[in-house]
Design a protein around this ligand. Structure first.
Ligand code: ZN
Length: 161
């Protein structure tokens, strides 16, 4: 005689087990009141569940309202998804470009950095060595600050108006 075949009872009820196991379960049920009781409970639950779902009748307008809701929501979501796909494609392209030309870009970037440093040294050296140039640079900087101040005030005024 097999142990209490509790794990087989549901399958037995639905007739979803092989013949040999089905016979073993049936023989066990004939001599075990506990398992027979469990089987009756299972059958009751199944019947209840079936009647419950059978009683649920979707309202006739449900399908239409779902379709309408999907229709309304689809454009922004589609837009968002395509934007996301585009961003992803961009990222992939960038990664591929970086994979292919990363070394070259890095070398270019480093040399550009070196050139700009050298240029900055040259310019500051030239300005520092000549007092009149230095005065011009300071004057230019002051004029730029003055002009940016004016444009900022104008911007703020136009913002408040
Ligand atoms: Zn049993």
């Amino acid at each position: 005689m097999m142990e209490h075949p509790v794990e087989w009872l549901s399958a037995y009820l639905d007739d979803e087990i092989d013949e040999k196991t089905r016979i073993q379960v049936r023989d066990h049920l004939e001599s075990c009141e506990s398992c027979a009781e469990t089987l009756r409970e299972l059958a009751e639950i199944q019947a209840l569940t079936a009647s419950f779902y059978g009683a649920i009748e979707p309202p006739p307008e449900l399908e239409q309202s779902v379709r309408q809701a999907i229709g309304r929501k689809l454009p922004p979501r589609a837009w968002f998804r395509s934007a996301l796909a585009l961003a992803l494609a961009d990222a992939v392209c960038l990664a591929m470009v970086w994979q292919l030309f990363g070394g070259l870009v890095w070398i270019l970037w480093k040399s550009a950095y070196k050139i700009s440093i050298a240029a900055a040294y040259l310019v500051s050296d030239g300005i520092g060595s000549s007092p009149s140039l230095y005065a011009w640079a300071v004057g230019l900087a002051l004029i730029l600050i003055f002009l940016s101040g004016i444009s900022l005030r104008r911007l703020l005024r136009s913002e408040t108006e």
